[in-house]
Design a protein around this ligand. Structure first.
Ligand code: PLP
Length: 226
């Protein structure tokens, strides 16, 4: 990018978001490096994704294996340091592709997926970082292990399947205050020795940061409405 060129909309929105994130962290008495941003590029056209790359961002979240591969495989080598994270539900028949492609898989939520990932990690000799997704509001339509089953599932991921479970991820209900849900995810993480909390999206990341999020996943506020 030449020095005369200005960042177009999504690039500027990205820079604003980073500032807001740092403000939120400061307000919570936290250091600027205690949380990071995953830019959720799912379904967004390349025209809005590229400016964010040009602004220097390298960490992106996608919710479908196929769509992510189509988008990123052709350009992956052009953007050094790219980190691609699966934040959408995973089918066990896509576990091989997911292990081969993603750096982080945030949506481990049942035995079948944990086993399929473990088998593929063994087979491919490639080990993406894995998080467990918790259905923190116990909503019918949402993926994730139920809070009451989280301790047992995390133990099983570790002891039976050899997955490290470095983080927990949740998407709280859209209605009402999110704080109690973020607080609950944090408690589950603490009692299981899980270090990383992936929580907070466009409309609730400030609350998530106040409750200890280490990662916020933001799409709309950067790229616009999908
Ligand atoms: C789409 C999505 C996001 C981003 O949501 P926005 O409201 O657009 O910021 C974050 N996390 C997950 C799991 C998503 O599916």
């Amino acid at each position: 990018m030449s020095s005369m060129e200005t960042l177009n909309d999504s690039g500027a929105a990205y820079l604003r978001l980073v500032q807001q994130m740092h403000k939120g962290l400061a307000a919570a008495g936290r250091s600027a490096d205690s949380a990071f941003l995953t830019a959720v590029s799912k379904t967004q056209p390349w025209e809005v994704v590229e400016p964010v790359l040009r602004a220097g961002h390298r960490r992106f979240g996608e919710n479908r294996v196929q769509e992510a591969r189509e988008r990123w495989e052709p350009v992956r080598d052009d953007w050094a340091g790219l980190e691609l994270r699966l934040i959408g539900p995973l089918q066990s028949n896509k576990a091989g592709e997911a292990v081969a492609f993603f750096d982080v898989i945030e949506t481990v939520d049942r035995d079948k997926i944990a086993r399929a990932l473990a088998d593929e990690i063994q087979r491919q000799g490639r080990r993406p970082v894995t998080y467990v997704q918790v259905n923190i509001g116990e909503e019918e339509q949402k993926a994730g292990i139920l809070p009451a089953e989280a301790d047992g599932f995390i133990r099983e991921c570790r002891d039976v399947f050899g997955l490290e479970v470095e983080g927990l991820m949740c998407i709280p209900p859209v209605e009402g205050p999110r704080g109690p849900y973020f607080g609950l995810l944090r408690k589950i993480a603490e009692r299981n020795g899980v270090g990383h909390l992936s929580m907070g999206m466009s409309d609730d990341f400030e609350a998530a940061l106040a409750f200890g999020a280490n990662e916020i996943r933001v799409g709309t506020a950067i790229f616009g409405v999908r």
